[in-house]
Write a protein that binds this ligand. Structure first.
Ligand SMILES: Cc1ncc(C[n+]2csc(CCOP(=O)(O)OP(=O)(O)O)c2C)c(N)n1
Ligand code: SF4
Ligand SMILES: [Mg+2]
Length: 273
């Protein structure tokens, strides 16, 4: 029997190149479910990715126009696409290294401008594709390829940073919270302005083996046991939140979207001419 969502995928290149137990497949599954629920024609989606395992989630599997760009520059390319094609759903999917490290400033300023992108940041706590180097979201004390004696840096709370920068919608979920994640993706796709979902995901190969989480099931158990909802987290101390993953909607607001601002300014200038 054919899977009902298979029509969204380029079947000639299946099965996936992702490792067994990787969270990237769950993110793709959630995304396809979200666009199917919303009845969005993939012809009206442009996906933009950087470089990394997470950037392979839509590209080349999803049957939509795709820009597979350079490492750290997905948001910059996507900004250009959205300004020229404001009617299109422009979706960025990339990793924590791509969006929070080399691409960090693009992300912050796109949120500040409130350009209408849906950004799905797949946070697997590591540079997965290149063999497990430390990333800005790697937990304190973790042994990685580039921190062989322990990570001396604290992780960036990237979703909170993007919320503070001015995005219209920000949420965080894990690959364990798949129904919540689908609902949140639908919200992000429908929301005008900049949306970001930080998706805490698993890389059993480059990260999990270093922290004793060797397969996808172990990660699901870990995410289930260590996630705390936003409302409960608000009444917890910093110490109590140590090692916890705060999930849920972080912010929702309705500031004007950047390409709409540009359009209004252009119309005003034309009227004066
Ligand atoms: C300018 C540049 N610097 C470094 C690299 C090497 N590189 C490719 S992917 C990657 C990191 C991938 O990590 P992340 O974005 O978290 O994606 P993941 O593989 O974990 O999904 C790096 C450093 C590159 N391709 N280009
Ligand atoms: S290296 Fe990690 S992130 Fe990359 S495909 Fe394998 S499990 Fe997934
Ligand atoms: Mg990563």
């Amino acid at each position: 029997m054919k899977h009902p969502l298979l029509d969204y995928l380029r079947r000639e290149i299946l099965p996936t190149t992702h490792c067994p137990g990787c969270g990237c497949g769950q993110v793709l599954n959630a995304f396809v479910n979200a666009i199917d629920d919303l009845e969005i024609d993939p012809k009206n989606i442009i996906s933009v990715t950087g470089i990394g395992c997470s950037s392979w989630i839509p590209s080349p599997y999803l049957k939509c126009d795709t820009l597979h760009t350079t490492h750290g520059r997905a948001v910059a390319f996507a900004t250009g696409v959205k300004v020229i094609r404001p009617e299109t759903n422009v979706v960025v999917i990339a990793g924590d290294g791509d969006l929070a490290a080399i691409g960090g400033n693009h992300l912050i300023h796109a949120a500040r401008r409130n350009i209408g992108l849906a950004v799905f940041l797949v946070n697997n706590y590591i540079y997965g594709m290149t063999g497990g180097q430390v990333s800005p979201t790697t937990p304190f004390g973790t042994v990685t390829t580039t921190t062989p004696y322990s990570n001396a840096e604290y992780p960036l709370r990237i979703a909170e940073l993007v919320a503070a920068a001015g995005a219209n919608y920000v949420a965080r979920w894990t690959t364990y919270h798949i129904r919540k994640l689908i609902g949140s993706m639908k919200k992000a796709l429908q929301k005008t302005g900049f949306s970001l979902i930080e998706i805490v995901s698993q890389c059993p190969v480059s990260y999990g083996r270093r922290v004793g989480l060797r397969d996808g099931v172990a990660f699901m158990q870990y995410f289930k046991e260590n996630s705390v909802g936003c409302k409960k987290a608000a009444s917890m101390s910093e110490g109590e939140l140590e090692g916890k993953i705060v999930v849920g909607k972080l912010i929702e607001r309705d500031r004007i979207e950047f390409s709409e601002s540009l359009r209004r300014i252009n119309e005003g200038v034309k009227r004066e001419e």
